[in-house]
Design a protein around this ligand. Structure first.
Ligand code: MG
Length: 381
């Protein structure tokens, strides 16, 4: 029985992780979790998972009432609380399904505890990939990605020898505006972007899909997870989100991972530490391959991908700046304070200012804060 700490239990990945835990209750039990704004989900999670002993909530003011209702559970709150629950709760696996930069310090804290992390928070690898890899190299913990493309790549790479591999190919749906021409993007609104064609996801990652910064982040993620250079990682547009990624071999043949788009598949793969145990996401017949569509990636329409690559080339703290600028810009767009096309422009400007420093925990946190402070002056709160 593996004991699980789930960070970000009320979000889209968090809820699907709870599903996977419940349907594999002979293998996993939830012992600790965190929620953000949706504090009303706490009671339901405790009822369905009576093994829970530690909880972290975002806002302190709810602790007293929750503590009265649940005297046997230990409560924490805020960003400090996230670090405490990682340090104090006893668990075998951490699922980090937090959104944005706030997921990075808990990832580092868990690695320092030599924990096995199922990582849905891709920002941890974006802002701190160099730090994470230094820790992994020294024997601190393990990481299994919860990202459909990277699970696909891991599966394909496990079938090939390193010297056979020519390219990693990340597939991309193109997000909510994939059928729009560049000039139509100037007046799209947040509510239009939130309709993703093939995946149901949280608001932040849905906008990241529409700008394709999500794919930029995934290139960075693939670089740190699998050790391939930028020149070896490509993006291919694929409408149906059934081919989750591909590996091109030296003889120009391809390995691909194909299944229905269902995040419970990569979640299960990560929880079982690299084993495929998920039954219901299989494609029933290869006749469906007839209806798969692939297109070239359009760099002019999606400038965020080039910005992500640029930040990766700069390295160090440039990646924290990339992420912070993206987060601030995406939330400003979600609140209708900036137009869609300004997201990439804001990030490009911030990257222009960067004086790159070595990637240390302190430098990453400082770069994140300074970028947010600066952007608050530029675009307001
Ligand atoms: Mg993905």
């Amino acid at each position: 029985m593996k004991r699980i700490l789930l960070l970000g239990a009320s979000g889209s990945i968090g809820q699907q992780t709870l599903d996977v835990i419940s349907s594999n209750s002979e293998h996993f039990e939830l012992v600790a979790f965190s929620v953000g704004e949706k504090v009303d989900t706490v009671a339901t999670i405790i009822r369905l998972h009576p093994s829970v002993k530690y909880i972290c909530i975002k806002h302190r003011e709810y602790i007293d009432i929750l503590q009265k209702q649940n005297p046997d559970i230990i409560f924490f709150s805020g960003d400090e609380g996230l670090l405490k629950i990682v340090k104090k709760a006893p668990y075998d696996l951490v699922v980090n399904a937090l959104v944005g930069f706030s997921g990075f310090p808990p990832t580092i804290a868990a690695l320092k505890k030599k924990a096995t992390i199922c990582l849905a928070n891709k920002e941890s690898l974006v802002v701190g990939g160099e730090i994470v890899n230094r820790l992994l190299k020294k024997g601190y913990g393990k990481i299994y990605p919860i990202d459909s493309e990277h699970v696909a790549l891991a599966k394909c790479l496990s079938q090939a020898k390193k010297d056979q591999v020519k390219k990693l190919i990340l597939t991309a749906s193109g997000g909510a505006f994939r059928t729009y021409r560049l000039e139509q993007l100037s007046d799209v609104k947040a509510e239009d972007a939130l309709k993703h064609p093939t995946w149901q996801m949280g608001a932040k990652i849905t906008i990241d899909s529409a700008t394709m910064m999500n794919k930029g982040f995934e290139i960075i993620e693939a670089h740190y997870l699998f050790g391939y250079g930028l020149e070896d990682i490509e993006v291919l547009m694929h409408d149906e989100s059934h081919v989750h990624s591909l590996v091109k071999l030296e003889d120009d043949s391809f390995l691909a991972d194909i299944s229905h788009p269902d995040m419970r598949l990569p979640i299960t793969y990560a929880l079982f530490e690299g084993q495929t145990k998920f039954e219901c996401a299989r494609i029933k017949s290869l006749k469906q391959l007839d209806n798969y569509h692939f297109h070239d990636f359009d760099a002019a329409k999606y400038p965020c991908v080039a910005l992500a690559k640029e930040a990766l080339k700069m390295g160090g703290t440039a990646l924290a700046v990339l992420n912070a600028a993206n987060e601030v810009a995406v939330y400003a767009f979600l609140e209708n304070r900036i137009p869609f096309l300004s997201i990439a422009k804001i990030i490009a400007k911030e990257l222009n200012y960067v004086k790159v420093k070595r990637q240390t925990i302190r430098n990453v946190i400082t770069s994140d804060r300074l970028t947010r402070l600066h952007l608050r002056k530029v675009i307001g709160n």
